[in-house]
Design a protein around this ligand. Structure first.
Ligand code: SAM
Length: 238
């Protein structure tokens, strides 16, 4: 789950990293989706708002972190039209309850890294059960051909963004890694010139399955792979 310390940085940095690309690649994958979408790990709603623009579907935006959800609800509160068709579910993905109504599509953007392998394995059948037959599951995949966790590397700045006189900076060190898991040390800093205004460190684990593992999990949960642009994977419930 996203640490509350990182929430103020989230939109600033996401708008300059994965979000613009997702806004290009996701719409064609969702073509034809008109009735309902479940978004897992909706975060601050950057993708949620786009889903609502691209499709007329009812959206269930699931987000367990109160900090991230607060920004999402704040964003929605300025859009009374969307308040009528976006339901925010304050729970984690395994606890999703859609009142027995299967959805047409499940969207999960930049969330899988947060799911511990045992949790992820249990999640696919749960998502399959919430999808209508033939329903679409689409999520981000940064693994290239083989997947797997990134190799250890020293601390380096991965994002920075100017806000008035301050610069918001995030640096990441991959402290250690195994085949599927890695330990990351994140440094969230606000600076003004040479002066450090604030500095917070978050150490946590991330996960990236190998392609073989992921494929096996999805096939045994009843999914078949379909076409998707680079950076996304699309699967359909059989
Ligand atoms: C990097 S953010 C991505 C947010 C949004 N999808 C986007 O692309 O802007 C990852 C989100 O996944 C959520 N998350 C982490 N574990 C989760 C779980 N078990 N179930 C649902 N969401 C989870 C976090 O709280 C966080 O908001």
């Amino acid at each position: 789950m996203t640490d509350f310390l990182s929430v103020p940085f989230y939109d600033l940095l996401a708008e300059e990293s994965h979000v613009p690309r997702i806004r290009e690649t996701l719409p064609p994958v969702l073509e034809g989706v008109r009735r309902s979408i479940l978004e897992i790990g909706a975060g601050t709603g950057l993708i949620t708002m786009s889903l609502a623009e691209w499709t007329p579907a009812e959206i269930f935006a699931l987000e367990p972190s109160a900090g991230m959800r607060g920004v999402l609800l704040s964003r929605l509160s300025g859009r009374p039209d969307l308040l009528e068709r976006v339901t925010v579910l304050p729970c984690d993905a395994l606890s999703v309850n859609l009142d027995g109504e299967p959805v047409e599509a499940v969207v999960m953007i930049n969330v899988m890294y947060a799911l511990e392998p045992g949790y992820r394995k249990r999640l696919w059948p749960v998502l399959a059960a919430h999808l209508e037959p033939g329903g679409l599951l689409v999520f981000t995949w940064r693994g290239g051909g083989g997947g797997g966790a990134p190799a250890p590397r020293p601390l380096q700045e991965v994002h920075s963004r100017q806000v008035g006189r301050h610069t918001y900076r995030v640096s990441l060190e991959i402290v250690e890694s195994t085949e599927e898991a890695y330990k990351g040390r994140y440094l969230y800093r606000i600076t003004q010139g040479d002066r450090v205004v604030s500095e917070e460190e978050i150490v946590g684990h991330g996960y990236r399955p190998t392609w073989e593992t992921l494929q096996e999990e999805l096939v045994s949960a009843g999914f078949v792979q379909s076409d998707a642009p680079e950076g996304l994977l699309a699967w359909r419930r059989t």
